[in-house]
Design a protein around this ligand. Structure first.
Ligand code: ADP
Ligand code: ADP
Length: 216
């Protein structure tokens, strides 16, 4: 299955991507994770991306698209994938469509995680990420009293871009640049909205139900 998750920052894309990709045995490709790995590895790509990420702006399309093209060319992505955080504007969506046509494939479904702004801000303000395995936690919802990952024992950190002012800017960027993807994919006839409120497992269950008609 070739699947994209869209939704505002904090909607739960990364969290759901972990479970959905594992349930479907497809690779999870998260552009934010790839950029962050490059930032911490000190690569040229990371140095370039960091200034945009710190401001909460999108990294330029040519850089992002080249990175995704490389990743989608890898062996494990040939029979399916879950994209989390890409595409993030209409030009990226158009290029993705062309890229998949070159590979003789197309997207099966785009899941939109629907959640209101107030909840998004609460989720982002308490987000913690494991520096070792990348698993995503929340200080309140997961009742995290320490900064240790329950999955692997790694240390949790708060992302630099999860500060109040940057969060507000990222939400504006979402409204201006990413939200138009909803009508883009509705027009393509592959958009399915999922209520992303409530416990994580319930959201996963709703997402899996929406995907079941497309499962092999
Ligand atoms: P969130 O979890 O808040 O949705 P991500 O981890 O997906 O955020 O992305 C973090 C940052 O990485 C973005 O604010 C942006 O700077 C950059 N980024 C990620 N994906 C893309 C993309 N497809 N195009 C441009 N920039 C991106
Ligand atoms: P995104 O990738 O869309 O930016 P994340 O998956 O990183 O979002 O989730 C943002 C924060 O919200 C994380 O701290 C995560 O633990 C928390 N979260 C995700 N889904 C839920 C949920 N259904 N209920 C409560 N908190 C959630």
């Amino acid at each position: 299955m070739r699947l994209v998750l869209v939704g505002p920052p904090g909607a739960g894309k990364g969290t759901q991507a972990q479970f959905i990709a594992s349930n479907l045995s497809i690779p999870k490709i998260s552009t934010g994770d790839i950029f962050r790995a490059n930032v911490s590895g000190g690569t040229e790509l990371g140095k370039l991306a960091k200034e945009y990420m710190d401001r909460g702006d999108l990294v330029p399309d040519e850089v992002t698209i080249a990175m995704v093209r490389d990743r989608l060319s890898e062996n494990d992505a040939q029979d399916g994938f879950l994209l989390d955080g890409f595409p993030r504007n209409v030009p990226q969506a158009e290029i993705l469509k062309k890229m998949l046509e070159e590979f003789g494939a197309g997207l099966d479904i785009v899941l939109e995680l629907v959640v209101d702004d107030e909840e998004v801000v609460r989720r982002l303000a308490g987000r913690r990420t494991c520096s070792q395995c990348g698993r995503i936690w929340h200080v309140d919802f997961d009742d995290k009293k320490d900064d240790i990952c329950d999955a692997c024992g790694g240390r949790l950190y708060q992302r630099d871009d999860d500060q109040e002012e940057t969060i507000r800017h990222r939400l504006e960027v979402y409204q201006e640049q990413t939200a138009p993807l909803v009508s883009f994919y509705a027009h393509e006839g592959i958009l399915v909205g999922v209520d992303a409120t409530g416990p994580v497992e319930e959201v996963t269950q709703r997402a899996m139900e929406s995907l079941s008609p497309f499962a092999d």
